[in-house]
Design a protein. Structure first.
Length: 350
């Protein structure tokens, strides 16, 4: 994926990039700040057939900068808990979906279930998630009431008491060996029936449908101090040097229509970025999970992959990930992680 973005930046600089292209949400500032992305607001305002309100407002907010709108979302995906229903039933435990329905799905009940479902003798783990920023330090820090960034996103906030509490929870999970250690492939272990709960996005669904030989479903993420999940998204952008702005706009409208986004969602890897009934109904009717609704429930309170307009997201996340790895390995305390992260990442902001 990094090669894709670098190639795209090279093509833009050379003047031969496509008229329309896709990027990830966190890369938005890198492209807009170069002045190479078309502002769509004049086209939106002049087109009475187009309703911006059909898209989720928190995603459109991320695409808006200084009164300009840079692109339209292609898709979204919230992070949810995939769980092995058979393991929960065999242990006599309520599933995450059942606990969520009772209003009792939180870090305490997650931890209780993970402990009961971990069986070292059989190499079975109660919980799993990828050791990267979104399911690891992103989710846990936000759900503890903290944030990687200060409110203006111009500084690091990983050293606050709330953020440190999120890091402490993850350190506890590793210390108790409730999840696979190191670089073990948690996705493969979940599909093999060796992980009871796994945090992931919608893109994980097709693989589970194909490979899992057990009953499974999904639930919203457990509540920490606050409700939280991550919302992954990526927009289509229009090249500011396009030779035919009107044609590019017409194509973009088709690509982001309820019909087109529903077809993408039917493949099982994405959720339409639209909140209008046609798009929502198409997603809920897609190849079932029993609980497709769980992917939609977290949209309103999710933390979004947001661009860092006054800094370097790549540099910031690289520094934090390195220190996070040391923290979960026991080489740093959660407090040391937060302190060192903010000290070393200060240079990544303008």
């Amino acid at each position: 994926m990094d090669c894709y973005f670098e190639k795209l930046k090279t093509e833009l600089a050379a003047g031969n990039a496509p008229d329309i292209f896709w990027i990830g949400g966190v890369e938005l500032a890198d492209f807009v700040n170069t002045g190479q992305i078309l502002d769509l607001k004049p086209l939106i305002d002049a087109d009475s057939s187009f309703q911006l309100s059909n898209f989720y407002p928190n995603v459109i907010e991320q695409l808006t900068r200084d009164g300009k709108i840079y692109g339209l979302p292609r898709d979204i995906s919230t992070m949810v808990v995939y769980y092995n229903e058979d393991l929960f039933k065999a242990a006599g435990l309520k599933t995450p979906k059942e606990l969520a329905a009772e209003g009792n799905w939180n870090w305490n009940t997650m931890l209780e279930a993970a402990r009961k479902l971990t069986d070292p003798a059989n190499q079975q783990y109660g919980l799993g998630f990828g050791n990267w920023w979104r399911p690891a330090w992103g989710y846990f820090i936000n759900a503890a009431g903290g944030s990687p960034f200060t409110p203006d996103r111009r500084g690091c906030a990983l050293n606050t008491p709330e953020s440190i509490e999120g890091a402490k929870m993850v350190r506890l999970l590793y210390d108790e060996k409730l999840l696979p250690a190191g670089d073990a492939d948690g996705e493969a272990l979940f599909n093999a029936g060796k992980v009871a709960m796994y945090f992931n996005g919608r893109w994980f669904t097709p693989g589970v449908r194909t490979n899992a030989k057990f009953n499974w479903d999904v639930a919203v993420m457990p509540e920490g101090k606050v409700k939280s999940t991550w919302l992954f998204w990526g927009p289509y952008l229009v090249n500011a040097k396009t030779a035919n702005t009107k044609a590019a706009w017409e194509v973009l409208k088709v690509l982001t229509s309820a019909e087109a986004t529903a077809k993408v969602a039917a493949l099982g890897t994405n959720i339409p970025p639209r909140s209008d009934k046609a798009a929502v109904d198409a997603f809920l009717a897609s190849t079932p999970l029993a609980n497709n609704q769980a992917f939609l429930d977290g949209i309103s309170y999710a933390a979004l992959e947001a661009p860092v307009w006054d800094g370097s997201w790549a540099d910031f996340s690289g520094i934090v990930q390195s220190l996070w790895d040391q923290m979960i390995a026991g080489q740093l305390t959660p407090e040391q992680f937060g302190q060192q992260a903010c000290e070393r990442a200060a240079s990544t902001f303008k």
